[in-house]
Every structure is written in C-alpha cells, then in structure tokens.
Design a protein around this ligand. Structure first.
Ligand code: PRX
Length: 654
C-alpha cells in the first residue's frame, strides 16, 4: 500500500464473486450508497427483511438522548425465537444446528428441533427458579452444547446473560457477579482441555464465598467431567435434574428491541472491567448481516468459529449469528494443540468445514508447530471443503496472512480480516469476500452502512495516508448501549467531549492508504494490551500486582511478540530490597501465579523485572514510553533529562 513496500493485492476468484451476496465492488458500493442516501431506511430495510418481529417497529433511530441511542424502539421480538423457532417453522427442524466436538474427539450433533427443545426445557427450569425478564444470569462454562443452550434460554425468557470466560479466576468471577447483580449462576463441574479435566464449580464456589455475591439465589451445575463438587442445599441444582421434567415448549418473552440481551465485561483503561451492554433487535440484526455479507453464509455451509463463548466473538459468531441464519456450525471444546497441532486441520477435514474463522495468534502458533513437525502440517490434510477464511481479534501480520491464504485456503479462499470490538457487536471494517480486493494486513473497507474515519485529537478528519484516531461517525444498530451501571463512564469513554460527543471513539489508531483508502489498524491508543487476541487492561494487571503483599509499585506495558501479538511485561518495585539471581526468579514465579489467581492465567506477565524505583518525571509521572522501549530491549532514544532517577534504567533493562 505505501510506496516503500511492494504490496500484493489478492483479488477474489471469479467463483467467489459469482456466488456471493455482495457480488463485485459495484454491489458493495451500491449498498454503501443506499446507506448514505437514506441511513435509517437502509437499516430498517434489513431489519424488516432479516428479523421476525412480534410487534413491527415504526421508529428506526432515536437520537433524542444521544449518545444513548435507540434502534427500532417500539418494535418487540425475541432473539431465541428468531434463532430457533423461526428455523424450525421454516422447515429446518431436522437440519443440524450444532456439531459439538469434545476435547477427546467425541462428536454430538444437535438439530434445530432438538436445540429448540433443549433451550425451551432449560428456559422453563430457569423460570421455575423465579428468573424473569431483566434479571441477570452469569454463565461460567466451558465450550459446550449447554453453554449455547444457557445463552439461548436466557434470551428466551428475557433474562440478560453475562458470560465470564472459563479461564477467569474466582476473583474476576466474583467482581463480575457483583457488578451485574446476578440472580443465578450457571456453571459446570469442570471442563476438559488438552486431555485434562480442570475444575470450574470449585472456582465458582470460591468466588461465591469471597463476599459480594449474595444476589445469587440459584446455581445450576452441568455434569461434564464428573469431578468432585459440593452442592449447596437450597441453592445448587444439577442441570440434568433441572430440565428432567420440563415441557419441551416455552412461550418466549417478547421484549422491546432495546431490551438488554447481554452484558459482557471487557477491559478498559482503568482498573475495573466494564460491562458492555447490548440490545436485542439491533444486535441480532447486525449479527445476521455480518453472517450474510462478510461470511456470505449459505444453506449448505459448515461454519466454524473457533472463539470461546466467553468473548464477544463467541456471542455474535457462535451463539447468535449462525443460528439466526439457520446455519450448521461447529462448537469445539478443546484446544488447537491437542492431541497434536493438526487438530484444527483434521476437524476441517472430518466435518467438511467450508467457512473457518479464527485468530491470528492461533495461526501463528500453528505455523510454528507445522515448521517444527511436518506431520501436523496442513498439507497432510484434505482442506478442499474450505471456501472462505476469516481472521479476528488482532492485527494479522502479512506473513501469517499469506501462510493462511496459501496453506489453509489453498490460494483459493478469500480471507476476511474483520475489525470490530466487544462494543461494536458486529463487523465494522472488513473485506466482502466476493468483492473486495484483499491486501494482507489491512482490514480494507467499512462494512456496508458503517461510517468510519480517521481523525486527529481535535476530531478533524486527517487526509488519507496520515495516521490518526479511528472513529465511527454515526450510531449503528449493534453498538454498545451503555456501560452496565455506569452511564457516565460510557459517555466519557466512547463519546468524549474532545469530539463534542459526536464521534464514537474506538480506542484504536488507524491509517488509510493514500491511494485506495484502505484501513489498517495501528493498535490501541489507550492502556489496553492485546495478548493472543484477548483484551487486557494494563491497570487491571497493575492493580493485581500491587495487591500482593511484597509489591510496592508496578507498571505494565506490552511488547511485540511473534506468536501472541503482544506480551505482558511488568516493572515491579518491591517493598523490600530489589531481588537478584535465584531470589528474583522465585519472586517472578510467585507474582505470575498471583496474577493468575487474581485475574486468570491469560493475564500472567511473561516478563517481570525489578527496580529500586520506576522511571518517573520530576512531577512523579511514570514514563511509560520509556518502559515500552526497555521492554522491547531497545536503546533509549528518548530524552531522559527530566528523569528524576536515570540510574534505575540499567536495573530495568532485563
Ligand atoms: O484493537 C482492536 C483489536 O481488538 C480490539 C477489540 O477487542 P475485543 O473487544 O476483545 O474484541 C475482539 C473481537 C472482535 C480492537 O479494539 N482488533 C480486533 N479485530 C482486529 C483488531 N485489530 C486489528 N485487526 C483486526 N481485524
């Protein structure tokens, strides 16, 4: 794209263009123009065509209380009805909805009829426990059929779910339960990952025992590993017992389009994760539109998104989008490296997967594995069923893109590099697989209807070719509605006064190519790290570190990593003397374990360095830019004359 680099452009094949819904760039431009000419009309047309409404809406976008926007405000619908009943009513009852592959390779298929029955039974069970519209239900579960059933069952009765990733610790779970004020917790005895049975219910018990969780009246436990669990009389119920005598039908709760379908916690620039609140109608609409335009989902596709339901990708692209489109999808319990690093490729071969959606970190680690062990090279597998590949969660470096294109896609499948966020609910910038010429490393152009641009600090658009801040100019149906319980934080974070409250601040930097206008995301502009596609707040990790009795002060930064994208580096000042040698090694281990317990293993710093102090300006501000250079092992080029204590730089070199 830039003149200095030789950039290859990959055009979608004639076949990809021919079969696609958005067929060719003229079709893409026509959709964009439709939205530009009549913004509300464009979204309303799709909302009428794609969703089944109990009460049709007459209002489209309500901006009267900006930035608390409302979409399709007077319409009523039910998300689970749209995902299940509608497909069964349309003759898809016997079509396979979920192909569940367990960690050990066992496969279970669930049809739409079967899924509707499972969801209805569990929805009835929840209702029987007194869970009702507007109540919050926390789901702390592994990848499983029951995980999807639990989400859909909440949607069916109008309960707002909040999934907590199964890798989070008791503390993290407790904080989220407390913030959400959840009335019920759905979990499982444990989970299988990489051939091992790991506990979940014991962690949930620990969370509930930490205080602050009195709001929880019921705990439902799925039996998965058969591990030892303690059931608390009057509070805990086995899932299989709860559903045993329930009716297979359950009248859905018809909710307003704006009704909160879910709250999902994500990291921001302060210590406390924020509960991103999503709507029902607008969210489901764009989940379906992403499935239809970006993935061009068709009736005969076998679709596989490898995300976990604990993240937003698992919400939009496992629990809701594919089901609302009547698709057949894979739900995978395990990990890409078990029993070996050929697992993904074998599963694509076995299930004849046609659309595959994963994260760059997974691709990079599997490239490494294939280089080291030819027997797990994708070339050993029949991947001819694939027709479309997707990437999500972090920037994909051109080398990984090209390997993915050649070795997984057989140089035949378009790659959609989809940029979006927990807050956006659905794709924002992405190629259309049968239209957009692809450039490795660029997420290319906005999703039809989405109006994004790059601005400077004052909110003024910068010319193409110049880097700046990524913003969204107009509200979109699947956007975050508020931060749960903290509307001020929502306003300040996403619609800051700097931009007169008119532009949505994504928190990412971006640059548009000078000639094509293609977008490239240049990384977060706030204190958020992206480790293996997971968002981590540096302050969150710092708070965890300073909560340790030996730690006086800590600063956390990111450093580029070949596999995980970014790695966490912590600079720590202990209350006692600065440790060296074996003693330092022991403290590093101790602190890594500590952070694992406080937040979860994904937050463990890869590198911890000790200093007698941190580099600070005379006014006492930590010089993070300098720490980032130290973390990378770079020579310090920055002016250090304002530094109060230059000598400690040597200690922190690592
Ligand atoms: O920094 C961007 C990066 O991931 C952030 C959003 O993280 P999260 O809310 O956890 O959602 C991840 C799944 C949608 C963004 O602010 N990001 C996401 N997708 C891309 C990306 N960076 C570059 N390219 C992408 N395709």
């Amino acid at each position: 794209m830039s003149n200095e680099q030789q950039i290859r452009i990959y055009n979608p094949s004639e076949e990809a263009v021919k079969r696609a819904r958005v067929s060719g760039m003229d079709a893409y431009r026509a959709l964009c123009k439709e939205a530009e000419d009549d913004y509300e009309g464009y979204w309303a047309r799709h909302a009428r065509e794609l969703l089944e409404w109990k009460t049709p809406f007459t209002q489209v976008l309500d901006e009267s209380n900006a930035p608390f926007f409302k979409w399709f405000g007077d319409g009523k619908l039910n998300v689970s009805y749209n995902c299940l009943d509608r497909n069964v009513n349309n003759g898809l009852g016997d079509k396979v909805a979920l192909i569940f592959e367990a960690d050990n390779g066992d496969v279970t298929k669930v049809t739409y009829k079967d899924l509707l029955s499972r969801v209805s039974k569990f929805a009835n069970a929840l209702r029987g426990m007194g869970v009702k519209k507007g109540d919050r239900v926390v789901i702390y579960m592994p990848m499983s059929i029951e995980g999807v059933v639990a989400m859909q069952a909440c949607a069916r009765i109008g309960a707002t779910h909040s999934i907590v990733f199964g890798g989070f610790s008791a503390h993290a779970l407790r904080d989220r339960i407390e913030d959400a004020g959840a009335v019920a917790l759905i979990t499982s005895d444990g989970q299988f990952r990489g051939g091992k049975a790991l506990p979940l219910k014991p962690i949930a018990d620990e969370a509930l025992g930490l205080g602050g969780c009195d709001c929880i009246k019921n705990v439902v436990v799925v039996k998965r590993t058969g591990g030892d669990v303690k059931m608390v009389e009057g509070r805990d119920t086995w899932f299989h017992e709860a559903v045993a005598n329930q009716s297979e039908t359950c009248e859905p709760e018809w909710v307003e389009s704006e009704h909160p379908l879910f709250v999902l916690y994500t990291s921001g620039s302060t210590g406390k994760p924020k509960g991103v609140q999503h709507s029902s109608g607008g969210y489901l609409l764009q989940a379906m539109m992403s499935m239809r335009y970006t993935f061009d989902i068709q009736p005969d596709d076998v679709y596989w998104c490898t995300a976990d339901i604990g993240w937003v990708t698992g919400h939009t692209f496992i629990a809701y989008g594919p089901l609302a489109c009547g698709a057949t999808e894979i739900v995978f319990e395990g990990v890409p490296t078990f029993p070996d690093a050929g697992r993904f490729w074998k599963m694509i071969q076995d299930h004849k997967v046609s659309i595959f959606y994963t994260a760059p970190t997974a691709i990079r680690s599997l490239i490494k594995a294939a280089d080291n062990n030819p027997s797990v090279h994708p070339g050993k597998y029949d991947l001819s069923s694939l027709r479309l590949l997707g990437s999500v969660g972090e920037p994909i470096n051109p080398a990984a893109w090209e390997w993915y294109y050649e070795h997984i896609g057989g140089s035949r499948c378009p790659i959609v590099d989809t940029f979006w966020q927990t807050e956006t609910g659905a794709h924002m910038i992405t190629p259309m697989p049968g239209a957009t010429p692809m450039v490795p490393g660029s997420c290319t152009l906005p999703f039809p209807g989405i109006q994004v641009t790059v601005v400077d600090e004052t909110g003024t658009e910068v010319p193409w070719g110049q880097g700046g801040i990524l913003v969204v100019k107009r509200p979109w149906p699947a956007m975050i509605r508020t931060v749960w319980g903290d509307p001020d934080r929502f306003k300040k974070t996403y619609y800051p006064d700097d931009f007169k409250g008119k532009l949505y601040l994504a928190g990412d930097g971006a640059i548009r190519d000078a000639e094509t206008g293609y977008f490239t995301i240049t990384g977060r502009i706030d204190d958020v790290l992206n480790v293996s596609g997971h968002r981590m707040g540096t302050m969150e990790i710092e708070s965890a570190l300073v909560a340790h009795e030996q730690v006086a002060e800590a600063a956390v930064v990111g450093r580029p990593d070949d596999v995980t994208g970014e790695a966490i580096v912590a600079f720590v000042v202990l209350k006692g003397p600065r440790p060296t040698g074996d003693e330092a090694k022991a403290v590093v281990k101790e602190l890594q374990t500590w952070v694992g317990q406080e937040i979860g293993p994904i937050a463990k710093p890869k590198d911890i360095r000790f200093g007698e102090n941190l580099p600070k300006t005379r006014s006492g501000k930590i010089m993070r830019r300098l720490l980032r250079q130290l973390a990378k092992g770079e020579e310090i080029t920055q002016d250090t004359s304002t530094l109060e204590n230059p000598a400690i730089l040597d200690q922190l070199k690592g």
